[in-house]
Design a protein around this ligand. Structure first.
Ligand code: TRP
Length: 334
């Protein structure tokens, strides 16, 4: 982190569950490098959050390392940004307990993500799923965070984190910074390849999404099979031509060429040409990042060392806030 002017603090968390896909990469990870210049950043692999639904231990372990490698492959500098695992910093779970005592059942039961997940995992509506947003508030509040970039689906959780911070501060002033959420302007909505009316999602079928680790032949095959429509006109119209518009959006963000330019250029050429260009643009954009990713995955010792160091840096910051909270609450500190 910079030695000169202190920069505002940014916290971002991603769960190491499922695959990181093209939508995640374009919507979030690809832009992280730009944030590194403006903010002192923490990028947390929120493995404790992942436990709110059942995980296969070996997959969880592998996906945790993969996520660390992806952050670095995306261009982040782990000597600057703190890239670390949530479970390596015990202060997260400790502060979450405290904040549980400042959060109301009613608030948590109004969280739409809880309601959705409870419906989806009816055989395992555990208390962790219910208090998930409290752990998330702890993640953010531990570091005196100024800004939290999130998707629109996390906005309610950020509001709750702010409410908890304000409630706590009203009784015990000066402990937490009240964070601001910010929803980055979407460069392009990346939709499912098979059901282009829906967002590309980690929990959907493999053919519906391009995974960060897909090889060029896999990418070409999936895009070739992407749903389009029966008229052959290449035109951007999300409502009437969701599949074609999705491909145009993907091609545009990957190549940097404006959508109308692409439409002009490809006029009369048919969907085959659109698909081929889109696939090649995705392959070209991902190739250098994937190469760095694979090199990193071969150096497990480096990844382990990086995660260890960064957990220590995070612990130091987190402990300061936790200590302050304990003291203010009247927990006896010899
Ligand atoms: N709940 C977030 C998600 O599923 C992940 C997350 C956990 C997070 N803790 C966070 C995001 C803190 C931002 C800040 O996307």
């Amino acid at each position: 982190m910079s030695q000169t002017e202190p920069k505002p603090i940014l916290f971002s968390g991603i769960q190491p569950s499922g695959h990181i896909h093209l939508g995640n990469y374009i919507g979030a990870m690809r832009n992280f490098k730009l944030l590194e210049d403006q903010y002192d950043c923490l990028f947390s692999i929120v493995d404790l959050h992942a436990l709110t639904v059942r995980q296969e231990p070996a997959s969880l372990r592998r996906q945790t390392l993969e996520l660390a490698a992806m952050y670095i492959a995306a261009g982040l500098n782990p000597a600057e940004s703190i890239i670390y695992c949530q479970s390596h910093v015990p202060q997260h779970a400790e502060l979450a307990w405290i904040l549980n005592c400042f959060t109301y059942m009613g608030e948590l039961s109004r969280m739409t993500q809880f309601k959705d997940k409870a419906k989806k995992h009816q055989d395992n509506i555990n208390a962790g799923l219910f208090t998930y947003p409290v752990l998330m508030a702890a993640d953010i509040l531990l570091y005196q965070t100024d800004v939290v970039p999130v998707g629109a689906d996390q906005k309610q959780h950020i509001e709750l984190a702010r409410d908890i911070a304000q409630r706590f501060n009203a009784i015990h002033p000066g402990v937490f910074k009240v964070p601001e959420g910010y929803i980055p302007r979407q460069t392009a909505k990346i939709m499912s390849l098979t059901e282009p009316g829906k967002k590309m999602s980690k929990s959907d079928s493999d053919d519906s999404m391009i995974s960060f680790t897909d090889t060029p032949p896999e990418i070409r095959r999936k895009i070739k099979r992407a749903v389009t429509d029966s008229d052959a006109e290449i035109r951007f119209d999300r409502r009437n031509k969701p599949g074609v518009s999705n491909l145009l959006g993907i091609l545009s963000v990957c190549s940097g060429e404006k959508v109308d330019k692409i439409c002009q250029r490809l006029e009369g050429k048919g969907y085959g040409a659109l698909k081929e260009e889109t696939a090649e643009a995705v392959v070209a954009m991902l190739a250098p990042v994937q190469e760095r990713f694979h090199t990193l995955m071969e150096d497990k010792a480096y990844l382990a060392e990086t995660l260890r160091n960064n957990a220590q840096r995070a612990q130091k910051l987190a402990q300061r806030t936790l200590q302050k909270a304990y003291k203010k609450l009247g927990l006896y500190q010899p």
